[in-house]
Ligand binder design. Structure first.
Ligand SMILES: [Zn+2]
Length: 233
């Protein structure tokens, strides 16, 4: 069992938060089931949503909150695409629904790279708890749940990377885990986020993505296109 220093963790949170230049607006007691963030680079506001039942200062929640602050920090200092996922305007809702989990997985690979750098011990402790929970969940979840599949591939890859441990990974996640491990999560840039997302999307070979500069918003948006399949003809 790793020893987590809560006082130190709180001080890292305070430092990260005070390094932000944009305003932070917190929404507490929401019906969200986990922490989430939307950083609006136009109004320069970070909106952070708290799940009602999780609003207690446990290690897990503190690391979860730090994770959102890291999204915010990277949105300000690296690229807005780390504080939300911004698609090209005409992207259809159904495409967004099909690919969103892949973008979130790629984004979190880098965001957690920053969390691990800031508070390695706490991050590893939470990771090992998550992995235990995942093993239990894994038995009950269907493999058709893409969000779960990518979310668990992320945890398995982090387990291998940060806890230097390998475990049996089933085929459906193995490709995603290998792709994640091929990219350094602590070298953070839009180009790396684009590369990782494109490679993860390549597993199913249904969509391609590219970050293209949009003059209206003033930064790169993701343009997602459906690849041709013989079954479409
Ligand atoms: Zn995240």
């Amino acid at each position: 069992m790793l020893k987590v220093d809560i006082k130190r963790l709180k001080s890292i949170i305070n430092k990260t938060r005070s390094s932000l230049k944009w305003r932070v607006v917190e929404y507490k007691n929401t019906d969200a089931y986990c922490f989430s963030i939307f950083s609006d680079s136009t109004s320069k506001i970070h909106n952070i949503y708290y799940p009602d039942q999780l609003f207690q200062k446990t290690e897990q929640n503190l690391v979860g909150f730090l994770h959102e602050l890291c999204h915010a920090y990277l949105a300000e200092t690296v690229h807005p695409q780390f504080g939300g996922i911004f698609f090209w305007p005409e992207t259809s809702e159904s495409i967004i629904d099909n690919v969103k989990h892949v973008f979130l997985t790629a984004q979190d690979w880098f965001v957690d790279g920053m969390v691990a750098k800031l508070c390695g011990t706490a991050f590893k402790q939470i990771l090992s708890d998550d992995c235990d929970m995942l093993h239990k969940l894994n038995e009950r979840m269907s493999n058709n749940d893409k969000e779960f599949e990518y979310g668990s591939a992320l945890i398995f890859a982090q387990y291998a990377k940060y806890l230097n441990s390998d475990m049996a990974i089933d085929d459906s996640r193995l490709k995603a885990v290998k792709i994640l491990l091929s990219i350094d999560p602590q070298k953070i840039s839009l180009a790396k986020l684009e590369l990782l997302t494109a490679q993860l999307l390549g597993i199913e070979n249904t969509y391609a993505c590219k970050a293209e500069f949009n003059t209206e918003v003033g930064f790169e948006l993701f343009r997602v296109s459906r690849l041709f399949s013989p079954l479409d003809a």
